[in-house]
Structures are given as structure tokens and as C-alpha cells.
Design a binder for this molecule. Structure first.
Ligand SMILES: Nc1nc2c(ncn2[C@@H]2O[C@H](COP(=O)(O)OP(=O)(O)OP(=O)(O)O)[C@@H](O)[C@H]2O)c(=O)[nH]1
Ligand SMILES: [Mg+2]
Length: 293
């Protein structure tokens, strides 16, 4: 059989389970997952290699109407995912009625490339609701191939993957066959710290936070890391640190555990907090944090 390879880009509303699905395909926790919307801010490549295929999955931020520059950059990642896709995976979740951004929705509906429409979180539904939702979405996007799935339990995930392999164009591999992603180690450190912030802090705090890893030093048995959590205001800095540093300590302990699993090595993680005023609206800062496209 000829070798197949291509870009399979996963798009949809915030919080529908795009990152959960990509991690399930790749078998690694490349993307962070939380119950909060806008968990993913970047386009993250997850590569699945076989002897005669290479699937280049892209996890993308949930589609929103951007309100500030960071969100505009996030939507630029989504746009780029439209442009280079060989196959589009459009994910919706049980109970969802529409993609709020009509322009994006029309692009999906009129797409010239194959679209797989995945109705996710069916573990959260009953037969009646499932049938009604299946009908609703197949009417909305008649050209798409429809799959009810559960990214969480794995229901139908293999079936979707096998269909993707069938649809892949003939092509040589784009990346070395042992490569898993295009992101550097520091990216996964930043993300794993940001995940703990999404999990443990309320309201605007997670959205005002960016993480940067200043030092990554790998030794025989241990990796020494120093990262900085950036917030937009002084008051946020106090909240991140917490009473006698307890809140920040929890972030550090939990992120370190995840990173020890990810890197398979002992980790020494030092985290401090810094104010970087209005970084979310500052083009130079955004570029520095990898949000340029
Ligand atoms: N019950 C159920 N929950 C799911 C399923 N897939 C994902 N979730 C949950 O839905 C929430 C969002 O999952 P993510 O994978 O972070 O969603 P996302 O689409 O990447 O979200 P953004 O990055 O914010 O756009 C998490 O709490 C997941 O555990 C599923 O199949 N069933
Ligand atoms: Mg995500």
C-alpha cells in the first residue's frame, strides 16, 4: 500500500472535548484539559505514526468572538487550521445547538475537503436525546460523515481513527516517524502549570495568566526547571501566591507530578510570580509567548 499522510484538524466550540480527543488519538497528554472554556490557546500538533501512515492531528482553541488581542491570535490559529487541513474534524457536544460564529460554520458546511462531524459526550445522554441531536446535526451539515462518540470513554474513537486513515491522501511523511509533536519541552511545562491555575483559581484569574519557562536544565537523573507565572495586576499576584504561599505551592506540587510522568524523570520545579501589565493586549508580549502565527 502507498504511504499516506495528512493534516487532520480538530475544530469546534470551546469545551466540547477537542483536546480530550486529540490526546486519545495520540495516547499522550499533549494538550491540557479542564472543564473551563478557552483551556487551549495554541494550535498543538499531535502526530500518530504507523508503518504506512502519518496522521498530523491539530488541536485548536475553541471558536469564540475575540474580545482582546490574545483571543484574536487564538482565532488566527483556528483559521490556519482551516487552511491547511486535509480532513476537518468538526466536534460538537450533546446539547449544543450551533456554532456561534456563522462565518466559521459556513466554511465547515461548504468545505471541499472531507469533514467528520463528531457528536461528543454521548456518555452524558440517553437514546432519545442522542437520536434527536444526531438528526439535528446531520441536517445542519449534510455533507459531513457523522459519528457519535465519547472522547472520554473512547466510544467510537477507533472507528473514527480508522476512517481518517482511509481518507488520508497518499503522501510521504512530513515529520520523522519518532516525532510526537512540534512543540518544545518548555511548552508542555508552561501548559501543565497553566492547567493547575485553570483548575484551582476562579473568575478572571486563569485568563489573566501566562506561563513562561526561563530555565530548563536536564541532568542525568533530574530536570531542573524555573518558570514564571505572569499576571496582569498586583492583586492577581497576591491571589496566585495565596496565604503564606499555600496556593502557589499546590500548583507547583501538582504540576511537578504531571511533569515527572511526562518526562519520565525526577523534576525540580521552581515557580515565581511576576506582574506583566496587560500582556493579553500587547502585541510584543504575545509574540514573545508564541501567539504569533
Ligand atoms: N462526559 C464527557 N466529558 C467529556 C468528554 N470529552 C471531554 N469531556 C470533558 O469536557 C471538558 C472539556 O474538555 P476539553 O478536551 O478540555 O475540551 P476542549 O474542546 O479542548 O476545550 P477548549 O480547549 O477550552 O476549547 C473536560 O472537563 C473533559 O473532561 C466526553 O466524551 N464525555
Ligand atoms: Mg482544548
Amino acid at each position: 500500500m502507498a504511504h499516506r499522510a495528512g493534516f487532520v484538524n480538530i475544530i469546534g466550540n470551546p469545551n466540547v472535548g477537542k483536546s480530550t480527543l486529540m490526546n486519545a488519538f495520540v495516547g499522550e497528554k499533549l494538550s491540557i484539559i479542564t472543564s473551563k472554556a478557552q483551556t487551549t490557546r495554541h494550535r498543538i500538533l499531535g502526530i500518530v505514526n504507523g508503518d504506512d501512515f502519518q496522521v498530523l492531528f491539530s488541536d485548536t482553541p475553541g471558536i469564540i468572538k475575540p474580545a482582546y488581542e490574545l483571543q484574536e491570535s487564538m482565532m488566527d490559529f483556528v483559521k490556519s487550521a482551516f487552511e491547511d487541513a486535509d480532513i476537518l474534524v468538526y466536534m460538537v457536544e450533546i446539547g449544543e445547538k450551533a456554532l456561534k460564529d456563522e462565518a466559521f460554520f459556513n466554511k465547515i458546511k461548504n468545505s471541499k475537503i472531507p469533514v467528520l462531524l463528531l457528536l461528543n459526550k454521548i456518555d452524558n445522554s440517553n437514546q432519545e436525546q442522542l437520536e434527536e441531536q444526531a438528526q439535528l446535526w446531520q441536517d445542519k451539515v449534510p455533507k459531513a460523515e457523522f459519528f457519535p462518540i465519547s472522547a472520554l470513554t473512547g466510544f467510537n474513537v477507533n472507528e473514527v481513527f480508522n476512517r481518517i486513515i482511509e481518507l488520508l491522501p497518499e503522501s510521504p511523511a512530513f515529520y520523522p516517524k519518532d516525532q510526537l509533536t512540534d512543540k518544545p519541552e518548555r511548552f508542555f511545562i508552561n501548559e501543565s502549570i497553566r492547567e493547575k491555575i485553570l483548575l484551582h483559581y476562579k473568575k478572571e484569574i486563569p485568563y489573566a495568566v501566562e506561563v513562561e519557562t526561563e530555565e530548563f536544565h536536564e541532568e542525568d537523573k533530574i530536570i531542573r526547571i524555573r518558570s514564571v507565572i505572569m499576571v496582569e495586576r498586583d492583586t492577581q499576584k497576591g491571589i496566585i501566591i495565596g496565604h503564606k504561599g499555600s496556593a502557589l505551592k499546590r500548583v507547583g506540587v501538582e504540576a511537578r507530578k504531571d511533569l515527572e510522568k511526562f518526562f519520565g524523570k525526577q523534576i525540580h520545579l521552581e515557580i515565581y510570580v511576576k506582574v506583566n501589565k496587560n500582556w493579553r493586549s500587547n502585541q510584543n508580549q504575545l509574540r514573545r509567548f508564541g501567539y504569533n502565527n
